[in-house]
Structure formats: C-alpha cells, structure tokens
Design a protein around this ligand. Structure first.
Ligand code: ADE
Length: 246
C-alpha cells in the first residue's frame, strides 16, 4: 500500500510514522508513506499557499493551484490517473473501524490535509473523491487526522501486527467493544484475575469473553449494541447482568 500525504507541516509526521506498528509495517514493505509539502508546489517568491476568502470573513483559505499541481504530479509519478483522494475535514464522513477496513484495501491512497479556515471548495468538488472527519471537533489542521487514519489502517494490513489474531479481537471488529484483558500477576493488591481465565477450559473462557464483550458494549455504548445481532439468550443475559455492573 502506498500513501501520499499532501500537507503544510511535514515535520509533524516524523515521529508518529516512525514508531511501533507503522514503523514495522514500513520496514516490512507493507506500506510506503510519502509526504509532500504543498508549499513546494507554489511558483511565487513567497511560496504562498493561502489567501483571503472571497466574500470576506475571518481566517485564510488554502489556494487550489498548489494542491491540484501536487496531486497531478504525484499521480503522474506513480503512473496512475485515478486513485482515492481523501480530504481530511471536519465536514467529512465520520471515521470508524469499518471505514479503516474499507480504506486498508486500497493499493494507493492520497490524503490531503487542510489547514487554516479551510480549503478552496474546488479541491473538494474536483479533486477529492472522499472526505473524512475523525470526530466532531475542529483540529487546527488535517495532519493529526491523517495520522489517526493511517495508524488505524496500517494495523489492518496482513503482516503488520505481531500476531495475526490481534486485529481480529480488537474492539469494534464485530461491532463490539473488547472484553477485559488481564496479565500476570494473578493477584495484585488483593485484586484477583477472574478465576475462569485460569481454568484452562477454552470453551468456557471464550464464552466468558463473549459475554463480557456484549455486556460492556451494552453498558458503555448502547448505540453500538443496537446494531449487533444478538440471540434471545444473549439479550436476556444482558438484561439480567447490566444492573450488576459497577
Ligand atoms: N481537520 C480539522 N478538524 C478535523 C477533523 N475533526 N477531522 C478531520 N480533519 C480535520
């Protein structure tokens, strides 16, 4: 997978994209991330990337020319005319695990990070093929949003994680939050690991984990549990146990 990022602050990506799972995915040749400074595609002496908004108003707007030129030059370099071009914007569709999975299937992606008051609307209309928001809040730029989407995607690429089953049990994989996890010591400050996990009975453990996942989801995210196909038995079990949660 190759990801080209168009942004104004390339240095922001250096540390986050060179640690942990993304670093490993890059080293294994699973993902190639190329960062481009939009400013490098300007032609004036001052390398102007923004200008005042038509119609007045506060703040500056990113000009279309350097963004279009950067995108076109990159497409030409790669040798493809069509590829998904994602504009990171608080006005985009909301990013979630399903969107991460959908995007992780592409061989090429281009991410455009806006800044200042926004991006000239013609970028959205005639260059972007998709718009993504990472949440209902306004960041000072799209760079952090791009990092969030890349991180979520990279760990889904087969071979990126240490264990092939890790991504499968992640929260949200089946629309459920993940069950509680424990590690050694067995007792810490009088707090014991649930005894079922030490029983060695894999069937019972799997059932406990599934019950915990649905209970936790019902308790914390009623919006998510509504979308999960639960059996009548599971629904009954949730209603009996929801009250006992602390
Ligand atoms: N740029 C500014 N805020 C954003 C958000 N919430 N998601 C994606 N890009 C953004």
């Amino acid at each position: 997978m190759r990801i080209d990022i168009l942004c104004l602050f390339p240095e922001m990506f250096i540390s986050p994209l060179n640690q942990s799972i993304i670093k490993r995915a890059k080293e294994r040749g699973l993902v190639d991330i190329v960062i481009h400074n939009i400013r490098d595609y300007t032609h004036d002496k001052h390398h102007t990337v923004d200008d005042y908004p038509y119609g007045g108003g506060s703040g500056m707007v990113l000009k279309p020319e350097p963004i279009f030129e950067a995108a076109e030059e990159i497409k030409q370099q790669i040798g493809i005319s069509e590829m998904p071009v994602i504009l990171l914007t608080p006005q985009g569709r909301l990013f979630n695990q399903q969107v991460a999975q959908e995007l992780a299937h592409h061989a090429q992606l281009m991410l455009i990070c806006g800044h200042y008051e926004g991006v000239d609307e013609r970028v959205r209309e005639h260059l972007a093929t998709d718009e993504i928001s990472i949440g209902d809040y306004v960041l000072s730029g799209g760079e952090l949003a791009a990092m969030v989407t890349i991180d979520a995607m990279a760990r889904l690429i087969p071979g990126a994680l240490g264990s092939p089953t890790s991504a499968a049990s992640d929260s949200y994989k089946d629309g459920l939050l993940e069950y509680p996890q424990y590690t050694r010591p067995e007792v810490y400050r009088d707090w014991s690991v649930p005894s079922i996990l030490l029983s060695g009975n894999h069937g019972k453990i799997a059932q406990w984990q599934h019950h915990q996942a649905i209970l936790r989801t019902a308790n914390r995210r009623p919006d998510l549990i509504k979308k999960v196909n639960l059996s009548a038995k599971e629904k009954k079990w949730i209603s009996e146990n929801l009250l006992s949660l602390k």
